[in-house]
Design a protein around this ligand. Structure first.
Ligand code: 8DG
Length: 149
């Protein structure tokens, strides 16, 4: 399969602060059945008429009803980000909410602010398996609280 046939997915790691993140807004999928009940980064597929950053902002607006400012990318191992399956990769950016109150409007049945300091809380969620390396990468970017004092 050539790269032109790959599906580009984008996701937002919505945190409480781009400079000193301490919480992540995780989202539990309600559909399709294959993913229902598993946690993920809000986002979705890039449409043909938009670039990746436009797509992540659109998806977050549609799914959670909020506007976000996008920060640094959590750079994945592949040109199209983090491998999801044989034909899709996901680019993920840190983001903060700039307007609105997040709600599970579409594709999710629960949103939860999860600590990035208590790493067990985040790791214990039943994530979509492909997201686990992304969660690990996110935790590695977080400055340990003792280093802030
Ligand atoms: N949004 C999102 N999708 C993920 C994650 N991890 C993961 O494997 N996926 C998969 C699930 C889907 O196969 C694909 C994204 O599909 P989606 O259903 O969110 O895309 P979409 O909103 O554009 O929906 P649609 O056009 O298919 O209706 O990527 C993740 O953290 N966030």
């Amino acid at each position: 399969m050539t790269d032109t046939q790959r599906t580009q997915v984008v996701g937002a790691a919505i945190v409480d602060s781009l400079t000193v993140p301490s919480k992540l807004l995780a989202a539990r999928r309600s559909a399709p059945e294959q993913f229902a009940g598993q946690w993920e980064f809000p986002g979705g597929k890039v449409e043909p008429d938009e670039d990746d950053l436009e797509a992540v902002q659109r998806e977050v607006r549609e799914e959670l009803g909020v506007d976000v400012q996008v920060g640094a990318e959590l750079v994945g191992p592949d040109p199209d980000g983090w491998p999801l399956n044989a034909s899709a990769g996901m680019r993920v950016w840190l983001a903060v909410i700039t307007a609105g109150i997040p709600a599970a409007l579409q594709d999710h049945d629960e949103l939860r602010w999860v600590s990035l300091r208590d790493t067990g809380e985040l790791r214990d969620l039943p994530w979509i398996p492909a997201d686990r390396p992304i969660v690990d990468a996110l935790l590695e970017t977080v400055v340990p609280v003792e280093d802030l004092t």
